[in-house]
Design a protein around this ligand. Sequence first.
Ligand SMILES: Cc1cc2nc3c(=O)[nH]c(=O)nc-3n(C[C@H](O)[C@H](O)[C@H](O)COP(=O)(O)OP(=O)(O)OC[C@H]3O[C@@H](n4cnc5c(N)ncnc54)[C@H](O)[C@@H]3O)c2cc1C
Ligand code: SF4
Length: 487
Amino acid sequence: MGKVTGFKEFERQDEAYTPVKDRVKHYKEFTVSLSESEITKQGSRCMDCGIPFCHSGCPLGNLIPDFNHMVHQGEWQKASWILHSTNNFPEFTGRLCPAPCEKSCVLGIIEDPVSIENIEKNIVERAFKEGWIKPQPPKTRTGKTIAIVGSGPAGLAAAQQLNRAGHTVTVFERDDEIGGLLRYGIPNFKLEKEIIDRRIAILEAEGISFKVNVNVGVNYDVKELKTFDAVVLCGGATERRSLPTPGIDADGVVQAMDFLTQQTKVVFGKEVKDQVLATNKDVIVIGGGDTGSDCIGTSNRQGAKSVTNFEIMPKPPGHRSPTTPWPFWPLQLKTSSSHEEGVERNWLINTKEFVTDTNGKLTALKTVNVEWKMVPGERPQLIEVEGTEKAWPCDLALLALGFTGPESTLADQLGIEKDARSNYKAEYGKYQTNIPNIFTAGDMRRGQSLIVWAISEGREAARQVDIYLMGKSDLASKDMSGDLVAL
Ligand SMILES: Cc1cc2nc3c(=O)[nH]c(=O)nc-3n(C[C@H](O)[C@H](O)[C@H](O)COP(=O)(O)OP(=O)(O)OC[C@H]3O[C@@H](n4cnc5c(N)ncnc54)[C@H](O)[C@@H]3O)c2cc1C
Ligand code: SF4
C-alpha cells in the first residue's frame, strides 16, 4: 500500500539505458539501476487503492501491494519473502515480463502506473546480494520420482515446487545448457546467462538432478519415462513458422531462432560452424514481435549496414485503444530498447518473393502493401494494395514469425492427445493429459506465450502432480494467499 500521499508526491521513474552508441558494442545488459532511495519512493507510489487489480493482472498472482509496501518501509527481506511466495524466478520476470500488472494498476487510470516490474527486479537482486536466497532442500523425501522434460521456465518452476514437496525430480533437457528459451532464445543483452546459472545452482543444491543433451524420444527412449511415478512435459512450442513464399529456400533466408541461438553460443565461446552474421549486410527482419525485436538488437550489435522490419499487421495506436480499456492488456505500439538502437519499421507489408542471384544467394525482397478487410462473422481478409510493389535490397532476411506449436515427437510416441491448435491437450488448472500420470505445462500446453505464464503453469501443474501422487498438497496455488514454503 506504500504511502498514502506517495503517488501525489513522486513521479514514476524507470531504469535508464546506457547510450545506444556504447551498448551496441557489447552483449551485456545495459540498464542503469535506480538508487535505493528512489526505489523506496517508487514503492511508496502504490496508493492503497482498496481493490487492487494488479495482482489479478499478474498470471502468478504476485502480492504486489504487499511487496511495494515493504520496499517503501525499507523491509527488503520481507519484500523478498512475499515476492518469492508466488514467483520462483522474479529475476526473469523482473527483467523480461511485459508487466500486465502495470497495465491494470489503478493508479494507471489517471497517471503513470507503479513501476512494479522494476521494483520486483530490485527486490530479488537485493536478496541475492544479501545472501537471503538460499537452497531449501526438503526435510523429508516422499520416495516418489518425477521426470520433467524441458528446462524452460515452466519446467524449472515445476521442478522446484515438486522438489520442495519432497519428491525426487530429474529434469531432462536436449540442449547443452539448462534454461529453454531463456538460455538460447532471449539474447544475453536482455538476460545475462549468469542470472540463469545463479538460480540453477540453487535448484541443484536443493537436490534437483539436471540431465542435459538428453532428447527424450530421440536419444532417450520414452519407455524409460515409465520408471517415474509422474512426468511433466514442458517442451515448449518450438515448431517454427515459415512462409509459403517463392525463394524461401534462398541462401540468406534464416530462421530467427538459429540466428539468435548462434550468437548467444558465440558470446559464451561455444563453437558455431558458419555463423550467420548481419555484419555489413542489409538485413530485413520479418515479424514484429519480441523475437523480431531481439533480431534487430543482435543485427545492430553485429554491425549490420541497415536494419528494416516488416510487420503484416497495422501499426497499433500510440495510446491504449478503446477496444482494450483499463484494466485489460492494451493493444498499443511497443517500442523496445532494440528498436531504439536503429531500425526502419514498416507495417501492413507482405513479402511476395525472396529474389536471388544465379548462385541462389538472396539479393532482394519483393513486397506489396496490404490492407485488412473486416467482414463481421468472417475471418479478416488480406487485400493487396494495387501499385505498391517494391523491391528492397537485402542480403539477410530473418524469419521472426513465431511458432506454430509444440513438436509432435513426444505426443506421437507417448500417445498424448493434442488440441485443435496442436498443443498438448490438458485442461487449464488441471494440467493432466489423457495419460493419468503425464502432465503438461507452459508453451507446450498453451502455445507460444510468456515467461510469467510458463512459471505460473509450472507451479500450478506441480500442485496437481502432488495431489495426484499424495492425495493432497501443501504447495500453494495462485488462488491462495501465498506459498507455504518461505524464503
Ligand atoms: C526470441 C524470443 C524472445 C522472447 N522474449 C520474451 C520476453 O521478453 N518476455 C517474455 O515473457 N517471453 C518472451 N519470450 C517467450 C518465452 O521465452 C516463452 O514463452 C517461455 O520460455 C516458455 O517457457 P517453457 O518452459 O514453456 O518453454 P521453453 O522455454 O521453450 O523451454 C522448453 C525446453 O524444452 C526442451 N525440450 C523440448 N523437447 C524436448 C525433448 N523431447 N527432450 C528434452 N528437452 C526438450 C527445449 O530444448 C527447451 O529447452 C520470447 C521467446 C522468444 C523465442
Ligand atoms: S511477474 Fe510480470 S505481471 Fe507479475 S508482477 Fe511481475 S512484472 Fe507484473
